[in-house]
Write a protein that binds this ligand. Structure first.
Ligand SMILES: *[C@@H]1O[C@H](CO)[C@@H](O)[C@H](O)[C@H]1NC(C)=O
Ligand SMILES: *[C@@H]1O[C@H](CO)[C@@H](O)[C@H](O)[C@H]1NC(C)=O
Ligand SMILES: *[C@@H]1O[C@H](CO)[C@@H](O)[C@H](O)[C@H]1NC(C)=O
Ligand SMILES: *[C@@H]1O[C@H](CO)[C@@H](O)[C@H](O)[C@H]1NC(C)=O
Ligand SMILES: *[C@@H]1O[C@H](CO)[C@@H](O)[C@H](O)[C@H]1NC(C)=O
Length: 266
């Protein structure tokens, strides 16, 4: 049997050799550089430090993102919030409480991020309080402040019990005379055009609009500008992972690498 190596075979052979050697090269790089590349859940919203999807060293605890129906979700204290927007420049993000899309948009537990001291409400956030099964309720005292809650979502029809949502005005004590279940507090972004009087479920637009949260971790600008991706070390310190086969860097990648990458791109 005669074996002939045509030029086509030769090209194929060379290609395979190159492919294998570049895999070897890649595997000797800091794997974390690859792992912490920004990614998205399928809807185009970029997820990167301090958020992370798979590898916990690409961001901070409490910033774990789960992809659901192509949308990024972040979990906190019983709610899987949908992340609608992230501003890495402003270090803020907009989330929607999933209860907004439930058949009964009636929250039964407090919405809180306080167990994560890293995440704080934005400046436009106000607390909408839900009061359920209230006795001693008289509409005339409250009608300027409330959105009635769909009672069939809360209890069997009972004329003696009322449920509603409202912003408790600072220093107002009218709510003190109510006898209700523990209030449920939900943050919402409030703008000046807010209507404080509403129909049943009139608060729903506030829920679907979501609310802004801010994080107070160092930005990743210097690292990203130098061609790296941020993440954290075991110690919990933020680091810059670079494409240079070495240990992570504190702030940014050494200048050489970035210039080299830039050259490759050109
Ligand atoms: C960032 O903040 C500035 C100033 O507060 C604001 O004008 C801008 O719209 C914000 N950008 C995003 C993407 O939220
Ligand atoms: C109240 O909730 C019930 C049961 O979920 C629903 O059938 C009804 O349409 C709701 N009413 C309003 C005004 O949303
Ligand atoms: C309201 O009261 C009913 C019983 O009358 C109870 O089944 C329901 O769980 C209560 N709802 C809340 C939100 O506490
Ligand atoms: C019921 O409400 C009235 C005012 O509307 C108040 O004077 C009274 O103290 C309340 N009763 C209870 C038990 O809270
Ligand atoms: C929600 O938080 C408020 C204020 O911290 C508290 O008084 C209330 O009991 C909480 N409600 C529930 C249902 O845990």
């Amino acid at each position: 049997m005669k074996i002939s190596i045509s030029s086509l075979h030769l090209i194929l052979l060379i290609t395979i050799i190159i492919a294998f050697s570049s895999i070897e090269l890649a595997s000797s790089l800091d794997q974390r550089f690859e792992d912490c590349k920004p990614r998205d859940c399928g809807n185009g919203l970029i997820i990167s430090y301090p958020f992370w999807i798979e590898k916990d060293y690409c961001g901070f605890p409490g910033f774990k993102v789960t992809c659901k129906n192509n949308e990024p979700n972040i979990y906190a204290a019983g709610y899987d919030y949908i992340i609608r927007d992230i501003s890495y420049a402003n270090r803020s993000f907009l989330v929607v409480n999933p209860v907004a899309y439930a058949a009964c948009p009636v929250p039964l537990r407090n919405s809180t991020f306080t167990d994560q001291s890293l995440i704080t409400p934005g400046s436009g956030v106000q607390v909408l309080s839900f009061f359920y099964n209230c006795t001693n309720f008289s509409l005339t005292s409250y009608e300027k402040y409330i959105y009635p809650v769909n009672t069939s979502c809360v209890t069997l029809p009972d004329r003696k019990l009322s449920s509603f949502a409202g912003f408790v005005p600072a220093g107002k004590s009218i709510y003190d005379t109510l006898t209700c279940q523990s209030p449920v507090n939900i943050p919402v972004d409030v703008d000046s055009s807010l209507e404080t009087v509403g129909q049943v479920n009139g608060y729903l637009p506030l829920l679907t609009k979501g609310f802004t949260l801010e994080w107070n971790k160092s930005p990743c600008d210097a690292c990203e500008a130098s061609g790296g991706y941020c993440g954290i070390e075991k110690s919990g310190l933020s680091m810059c992972f670079c494409n240079d086969q070495s240990q992570p860097h504190l702030k940014n990648c050494p200048p050489g690498i970035h210039n080299f990458l830039l050259l490759l791109c050109l």
